[in-house]
Design a binder for this molecule. Structure first.
Ligand code: NAD
Ligand code: TYD
Length: 338
């Protein structure tokens, strides 16, 4: 099978490529624009496989995307490519609409032309908005109304609606997954967990927004990859699947756990001005994917966070080169003269 993975040089996309390589012999083409969040060093091991190739391409660049499809002719497209950071969307919403909405439209237009077997949209639980902190009995199901808070989540919700419209109108064989917060190897150190690990290791202050009481439902990235793999092979066309592991934690508790694991002092914690429109709580009900596809998370948070902290300890050069900005020279060095 030929798999086109967009955004494969980012956090979840790269973990997905490694997951597929571990379990199948599929031909994989990673298509990524290499924005600030894309890092080809992450894919060094993946690139050793004869079944893997890479093309630098913006999903919103219609002509370039058509050329890539003409040459590769994928069976399945999994769209991870996105602007993904809420704080950046608050500063600069435009690029979120361009990539997350217009880019998704371009991909689906080209999928229509080439008659692919499946277009899978990797979405987020943030499309449902947030839940109150004092109602632990409430969860997001696939029929919870979309009710977004940030330009990021609004752009993802817009894309989801467009994906469902392409299914209904043009019969495009689509699926959508909406996952909770991921953590694990190769996450860009602008997101909560890797940022706190990197700052802790550098004895830098740990910026906690507001009082740190906001709750997220954390899932180890490999469990997310496994769910997407099940959906693209066994999921029902036209369906949305929620993915989450019933692992809710307040931000401050995560930060304290990281501090304790790394043997640092809680004095590093600095409470800073809250994020604008900050969602209070996310919590997924994963009953549908469990009942229909037999998916369940395999990595408990206690194990996953240890694996993640160990990974950042063992791969210091990977994130230090990101923090210093050096990683951006890698593409030029590797591909500049090719
Ligand atoms: P990321 O920011 O780490 O990676 C995004 C990748 O997309 C990067 O490699 C970047 O270069 C690439 N990209 C950005 N704009 C592009 C464009 N115009 N054309 C081609 N490539 C482009 O993001 P992530 O955390 O790996 O998230 C991947 C997907 O999963 C996103 O769609 C995100 O909305 C979704 N998601 C993320 C989480 C999470 O916790 N990180 C949870 C649920 C869903
Ligand atoms: P983040 O990793 O940006 O994911 P999301 O906002 O998409 O859930 O943030 C996770 C939580 O951590 C969120 O409630 C905001 C908070 N946060 C901080 O308190 N400090 C930080 O430096 C960052 C990046 C996030």
């Amino acid at each position: 099978m030929k798999l086109l993975v967009t955004g494969g040089a980012g956090f979840i996309g790269s973990n997905f490529i490694y997951y597929i390589q571990k379990h199948y012999d599929d031909d994989i083409l990673c298509m990524d624009a290499l924005t600030y969040a894309g890092n080809l060093e992450t894919l060094t091991a993946a690139a050793k496989s004869p079944h893997y190739s890479f093309v630098r391409c913006d999903i919103a660049d219609r002509d370039a995307v058509f050329k890539v499809f003409e040459a590769f002719k994928p069976d399945i497209v999994v769209n991870f490519a996105a602007e993904s950071h809420v704080d950046r969307s608050i500063e600069n919403p435009g690029i979120f609409l361009q990539t997350n909405v217009m880019g998704t439209q371009v991909l689906m237009d080209v999928c229509r032309k080439y008659g692919i077997k499946r277009f899978h949209q990797v979405s987020t639980d943030e499309v449902y908005g947030d839940l109150p902190l004092d109602r632990p009995d409430l969860f997001f199901t696939e029929s919870t109304p979309l009710h977004t808070s940030s330009p990021y989540s609004a752009s993802k919700a817009a894309a989801d609606l467009l994906v469902l419209a392409y299914h209904r109108t043009y019969d495009l064989p689509v699926t959508i997954s909406r996952c909770s917060n991921n953590y694990g190897p190769y996450q860009f150190p602008e997101k909560l967990i890797p940022l706190m690990i990197a700052n802790c290791l550098n004895d830098k202050q740990l910026p906690v927004y507001g009082k740190g009481l906001n709750v997220r439902d954390w899932l180890y990235v490999e469990d997310h990859c496994k769910a997407i793999d099940l959906i693209i092979r066994k999921g029902k066309v036209g369906e949305v699947y929620n993915i989450g592991g019933h692992n809710e934690m307040a931000n401050i508790d995560i930060v304290k756990l990281i501090i304790k694991t790394l043997g640092k002092s809680e004095d590093l914690i600095t409470f800073v001005t809250d994020r604008k429109g900050h969602d209070l709580r996310y919590a997924i009900d994963p009953a549908k994917i469990k009942a229909e596809l037999g998916w369940e998370p395999e990595t408990m948070f206690a194990d996953g966070i240890k694996l993640t902290i160990d990974w950042y300890l063992e791969n210091r050069p990977w994130w230090e080169r990101i923090v210093s900005g050096e990683y951006r020279e890698y593409y030029e060095k590797m591909y500049g003269n090719r």
